[in-house]
Design a protein around this ligand. Structure first.
Ligand code: UDP
Length: 330
């Protein structure tokens, strides 16, 4: 198939691009490079530098490259920022996504793979989290993703598209060859910040909350390797042939680790102390989030290759050690 990867110069998108190529498909990346990195796009892959709401350029890309399927990774992803800039988040994550969907329809492209999030569930009543739990997001980021999921459902019900929405848990790690990895600006995620603190490249890590109702008082999350996330996207292609198809999958390993456990893993792997201070809880952080991904396992034959936290963090560590300043280019 010919795949258009929107946001393919970003963290998860760029890992997915490589796997789509490895699976024998052809890939075009569309990215406005506001956060993505040109260097993350493999040599030989066409990069269309455009916003997903630039209908003319998107339609031309869909047409000229005879695109069969669009994978959509382009989003603003900082939950805290979404609380303070809800309009900006809705504009980018919802309105521009709708423009992308309109362009697809105008060009008759019917397959869509969407990066959703476990944040659509808000504060879930049940762990591990299955797909059918109530959707009650508690921040604009989660609301944005849920609004798109609902739009996709409508379009599928009208027979206009076939789609899969993957609710990611905590994406982490880097490609095995160490060539691409996480480089957000500003960085807000636990693993890169804790690694940078251990390597003396950043101030001490602030641990948000030590009084959660969890075994060590810090939050529990489900860290999943970015290549494992990507693998599920490839596995779903064959199920998107029939317009009307609407698929939802929670993607996590299903094994919760606390913030302190992440820190201890980094200390074990680096042999260094992670300088840190325990501070107040961060607004909007649920105590625990972890997936029941048995639906993806059963239906897609998908299975994470990285099942332990240490194995995931080891790949992140390699990337951060060899790329102290992240990518050389934007
Ligand atoms: N966290 C932390 N200090 C930081 C960043 C994150 O203690 O500087 C905690 C955060 O409260 C959460 C976990 O680490 O419990 C994972 O946060 P991250 O931002 O990486 O991902 P999220 O779970 O928000 O998607």
């Amino acid at each position: 198939m010919n795949i258009l990867v929107v946001g393919g110069a970003g963290y998860i998108g760029s890992h997915c691009v490589r796997q789509v190529l490895a699976a024998g498909h052809s890939v075009v990346v569309l990215d406005n490079l506001s956060y993505g990195h040109r260097e993350a796009v493999p040599a030989g892959v066409t990069l269309v530098q455009a916003d997903m709401a630039d209908t003319e350029k998107v339609r031309r890309a869909l047409r000229e490259h005879k695109i069969d399927c669009v994978m959509h990774f382009a989003a603003l992803i900082n939950v805290g920022e979404s609380v303070h800039q809800p309009e900006r988040y809705r504009d980018n994550n919802v309105i521009r996504t709708f423009a992308l969907l309109d362009a697809m329809q105008a060009e008759g492209v019917k397959r869509f793979v969407f990066s959703s999030t476990c944040a659509i569930f808000g504060l879930p009543e049940k762990m591990p989290m299955t797909e059918d739990l109530p959707k009650k997001p508690i921040n604009p980021y989660g609301e944005n993703k849920l609004e798109v999921e609902n739009k996709l459902k409508e379009l599928a019900a009208a027979g206009k598209i076939a789609f899969a929405a993957f609710r990611y848990f905590n994406a982490a790690g880097a490609s095995l060859d160490g060539a691409i990895g996480e480089d957000h600006s500003p960085e807000t995620h636990l693993i890169p910040l804790a690694i940078a603190a251990a390597l003396g490249r950043r101030p001490p890590l602030k641990v948000f909350g030590k009084d959660y109702p969890t075994p060590d008082g810090t939050c529990l999350r489900d860290y999943i390797h970015v290549d494992d996330l990507s693998a599920a996207h490839i596995a779903v292609f064959s199920r998107l042939d029939k317009p009307g198809t609407a698929l939802f999958y929670n993607l996590g390993v299903g094994k919760p680790y606390s913030v302190d456990e992440v820190i201890h893993s980094i200390e074990r792997l680096t042999g260094r102390h992670v300088p840190r201070e325990y501070v107040d809880r961060r607004e909007g952080d649920p105590p625990a989030l972890y997936a029941d991904a048995s639906k993806a396992r059963a239906e897609l034959g998908w299975k994470p290759k990285y099942e332990t936290l240490d194995s995931i963090i080891a790949t992140a560590l390699r990337w951060h050690t060899t790329h102290p300043r992240g990518f050389a280019t934007k």
